[in-house]
Design a protein. Structure first.
Length: 186
């Protein structure tokens, strides 16, 4: 295995269970923005009107609702010399880029595939193939860890190893086992 590709929400980014802003009522529109079907800048203007706040204020509140999975991120830093790392997220670019900056995720992940930027979203196999291309690995050389069974199924159908994320301890145990199975490259 040469690379690990992770789902972002629920694995790297954990929701604190707090909501500082009410959920935007049109979830279909939100998902269309995540897929790049609606321009993100246009959507942020709608959010500003809906919440009566600036984009920065909305971002601040959305960021406060999330926290990094520090155990997982620290573990990835430990194994990083042995393996490439990347993530795929169905999300808004501004929000994800803000989290990447604040949590210093560029130090851990070489590849960050954001659906709204790529105009592709999970479970579309193309977003997985794009991630593999950016990581410069074949499906057989990559492990995908997902938060939804449908995403794991897509990764498996492409020839990737894959499993569903349950918790950090299970994740760490599985990754260490997989790394032990792998012959050392010379």
């Amino acid at each position: 295995m040469k690379a690990i590709l992770l789902d972002f929400g629920g694995i790297i980014s954990l929701h604190k269970g707090l909501y500082y802003i009410p959920i935007y009522p049109d979830t279909d529109e939100w998902h269309k923005v995540e897929k790049g079907e609606i321009p993100e800048e246009e959507f942020w203007k709608k959010l500003e009107k809906f919440y009566q706040k600036s984009t920065e204020e909305i971002l601040d509140m959305l960021v406060k609702e999330r926290e990094p999975n520090t155990k997982l991120l620290d573990f990835l830093k430990e194994i990083k010399p042995k393996i490439k790392t990347g993530f795929i997220t169905n999300s808004l670019s501004k929000l994800t880029r803000r989290l990447v900056e604040e949590w210093k995720l560029k130090e851990i992940f070489e590849v960050m595939v954001i659906s709204s930027e790529e105009k592709l979203a999970k479970p579309d196999p193309q977003i997985f193939l794009l991630s593999l291309q950016k990581l410069k690995v074949s499906p057989e050389e990559c492990l995908y860890v997902g938060k939804k069974g449908s995403y794991v199924d897509v990764a498996l159908s492409l020839g990737m190893r894959s499993f569903l994320y349950c918790n950090f301890d299970d994740f760490k145990e599985r990754i260490l086992r997989i790394l032990e199975e792998e012959p050392e490259e010379k």
